[in-house]
Design a protein around this ligand. Sequence first.
Ligand code: KG4
Ligand code: ZN
Length: 329
Amino acid sequence: MILSIESSCDDSSIAITDINDYKLIFHKKISQEREHSIYGGVVPELASRLHAVALPKILKQTKEFFPNLKAIAVTNEPGLSVTLMEGVMMAKALSLSLNLPLIGINHLVGHIYSLFIEKEAFFPKSILLVSGGHTMIIQVESYKVMRVEAKSMDDSFGESFDKVAKMLGLGYPGGPIIEKLAQKGDPHRFSFPIPLKNSPKIAFSYSGLKNAVRVAIEELGELSEQDRADIAASFQKAAIEHLLQKTKKVFDIFKPKNFAIVGGASANLALREAFEKECEKRGIFIDFAKMEYCSDNAAMIGRAAIEAYKLGEFSDPLGLKVNPKSSIT
Ligand code: KG4
Ligand code: ZN
């Protein structure tokens, strides 16, 4: 079994996965959404302190599996340095004290493997990753061979939901709040600009859309419940339309047969529906991670770590470093 740890942002999570049949033996996650909600976003130092309490609490529940462990895996990039550090320190201590190999996992690779929890992986696959930190399309040939085909030039898809929710005074994380509110709103009331609509660029951008929403909010002054819902619906429509327009360009060029969407924001049902429709039209197989594995979790880190374990890709338990940026760019 592999014990895996995730603490790249505001979720403290530990999983135990069977190396032979991918079975998830244990999986717990303690989220900090409530604690960060009043600030409208994640406060890194607060997140780090909360991990320092939550991770040992979860770890205690895994003691019975220690004799069966073959490796310790941990997210070491990308993410918030101070929170990544909490998981990495724990993983190093476990690796050294239990004399087990250590595996550093890239969080984005973890999201990719959220598709294959308790399953065999199959590639090649074109994968749209939409999270709070990233918006990118990655062509995945194998665990070792990945190529970024498009990425955001500024804000990420999930981050733009968080920022719009903050502007509307609605708390954190903004994604689920905006999605729910959008169901009661008119998506045609505000015609927010679709980012890079007339640009041939195959890239994403969310800062302009976010600013257009800010201007609309300022122009309205006092906001009614209906105003908020209409803004949420109109914003969500533009945000998804932009993803779809640029992904279609990638489809036209690279003609993938297998496509998937992963990351926290892939839980958005309007997004899923729009992409399902497009893929059906084009005869492309589309896949999503199970709802419970879309947002950050240690199960996906453990699943990715099985691939590293089988390839003998281990990290030095004293030398493994935390990297706030991704080495996959
Ligand atoms: O993957 P994730 O848990 O953390 C990162 O790796 O960043 O993604 C969290 C992001 C947040 O920005 C959150 O607002 C967004 O995913 N999100 C959503 C939805 N659920 C979560 N965005 C849009 N619609 C949703 N339903
Ligand atoms: Zn994530």
